[in-house]
Ligand binder design. Structure first.
Ligand code: PML
Ligand code: MG
Length: 274
């Protein structure tokens, strides 16, 4: 019997997702894909994390532990870049220039900026058409949550350590890179813009298959409760299919990519133009 089971069930991956809220307000969320043997430890770690977050104490924590029915797709990690912008204005000038070079219109950029600078923080991301700037996520309060994603723990640990050595907060950045790598692999997604909703965390990023994961400091004033994510999508992509991929298709990031030294914004933009 056991042999039969082993033949049918070739893989045993589980998704663990945590989200914490207070009176309907988003406090924090995190997730990963794990082996069965790790479930208890990981679920407890997510609970601890939910209870101690800079956005405050949650009144409700939902932890979903779910066995995946499909084997995760393997995608590559986006290469990581960093730019040395001087201040908030410089950060936004740089992000506007990069997004423009990736095909994001001024109207779409303005729509996205309004989302990530709003105090009404969404649990998931907004979907914005890269040309028209139209918001197309099915539920604009909840947003679209990139989910069922992860990286094998040993690889994740190596990524964290490499980021820590560069002076970044390896735990925060490695999770963001994994999420951004899934998002960038989605058919229909042109680019992502992220400003952390953590009031003490002022580094954000832009990510895309074409340009990689670009870390940008000073994207918000310290202490601001705003933040969020925007996924820019093509005009023609089918929203239902895109949301299904982002929320339901299990994806694991199966490789480590380069982590580049910090460069000036001009140097970075010259590199994209070439
Ligand atoms: C979050 O989880 O709140 C977003 C984290 C963004 C990390 C940006 C970076 O430092 O690379
Ligand atoms: Mg957060």
């Amino acid at each position: 019997m056991q042999g039969l089971d082993a033949g049918v069930q070739l893989f045993m991956y589980w998704s663990i997702r945590m989200r914490a809220s207070r009176s309907g307000m988003h406090v924090s969320g995190a997730e990963g894909i794990f082996d069965e043997g790790e479930l208890e430890g990981r679920a407890a770690a997510y609970l601890r994390r939910a209870l101690h977050h800079d956005r405050g104490e949650p009144y409700k924590v939902v932890i979903t532990v779910e066995r995946l029915e499909e084997e995760p797709l393997l995608v590559g990690m986006l290469p990581v870049h960093a730019v040395g912008v001087p201040d908030y204005a410089g950060a936004w000038r740089f992000m506007e220039a990069v997004l423009k070079s990736l095909g994001v219109s001024a109207r779409a950029f303005d729509a996205a900026r309004a989302v990530v600078e709003s105090r009404d923080v969404m649990r998931g991301a907004a979907l914005v058409r890269a040309l028209s700037g139209a918001r197309v996520e099915p539920d604009s309060v909840r947003g679209v949550r990139a989910t069922r994603l992860g990286m094998e723990p040993d690889l994740m640990q190596r990524l964290k350590e490499r980021l820590d050595r560069l002076g970044a907060d390896g735990s925060v950045v490695s999770e963001a890179v994994v999420l951004a790598s899934k998002v960038a692999s989605s058919p229909g997604v042109v680019a992502e813009l992220c400003v952390s909703d953590d009031p003490g965390y002022t580094t954000g990023y832009i990510a895309s298959r074409a340009a990689g994961y670009i870390r940008v400091p000073h994207v918000k004033p310290a202490g601001a409760m705003s933040g969020g994510r925007v996924f820019f999508v093509t005009e023609e992509c089918n929203v239902v299919d895109t949301v299904r991929y982002l929320e339901e298709t299990p994806v694991m990031v199966g490789t480590l990519s380069d982590i580049h030294d910090t460069v000036s914004p001009d140097e970075f933009i010259r590199g994209i133009d070439r």
